[in-house]
Design a protein around this ligand. Structure first.
Ligand SMILES: CC[C@@H](C(=O)O)C(=O)SCCNC(=O)CCNC(=O)[C@H](O)C(C)(C)COP(=O)(O)OP(=O)(O)OC[C@H]1O[C@@H](n2cnc3c(N)ncnc32)[C@H](O)[C@@H]1OP(=O)(O)O
Ligand SMILES: [Co+2]
Length: 139
């Protein structure tokens, strides 16, 4: 498997509205996409663009959100996951499974419209890791 570029850093927040104000007013971020709901992933999402990667702001959506426990432990929010691109999602999944890394749930469509899966932080040096297939027009 060939690891691709860092696509985004996931940041959990109790309030996307407050985080957008922080990235705009404190960090000087200019391009901030409109927030949108991703019910299938249990999160509300908003992208902040930087020159080489995105910050993905995620706020819990619904009672079964996978970030509820994280925010209960970190009420002010914080860095939640790193996401790397790969050219072939099935090859990447087989690669990690063969190495005994726990894949969390089934591959699904992510916020960028391509397939994603997550790897357990305890098998990844303490970092919850998202693997995402590179969008077709960027291969
Ligand atoms: C916007 C859509 C999409 C995209 O396209 O980009 C997304 O990014 S969605 C992002 C949200 N979705 C997910 O996170 C899905 C995958 N996550 C999970 O399956 C779970 O959150 C989890 C990683 C298995 C954690 O489960 P949880 O029940 O919340 O907590 P536990 O108490 O069971 O945690 C076990 C263990 O792991 C540590 N942990 C938990 N989260 C993280 C984290 N983000 N980074 C590092 N470590 C984490 C936790 O502290 C526990 O450790 P111990 O206390 O030592 O046991
Ligand atoms: Co993500």
């Amino acid at each position: 498997m060939k690891l691709g570029r860092l696509n985004h850093v996931g940041v959990a927040t109790p309030s996307i509205e407050a985080s957008v104000a922080f990235y705009r007013d404190m960090m000087g971020a200019e391009v901030i996409r409109e927030p949108f709901d991703l019910p299938a992933q249990g999160v509300k999402v908003c992208f902040v663009d930087t020159p080489n990667a995105q910050i993905e702001l995620i706020e819990p959506l619904g009672d079964a959100s996978p970030i509820h426990t994280f925010l209960a432990r970190n009420p002010g929010g914080g860095q939640h996951h790193l996401c790397y691109e790969v050219p072939d999602i099935d090859e990447a999944r087989a690669w990690f499974e063969a190495k005994g890394v726990r894949v969390l749930g089934a591959p699904r469509i992510g916020a960028h419209g391509t397939m994603i899966f997550f790897l357990h932080p305890k098998d990844m040096g303490g970092v919850l890791t998202e693997i995402m297939e590179t969008p077709r027009n960027q291969h």
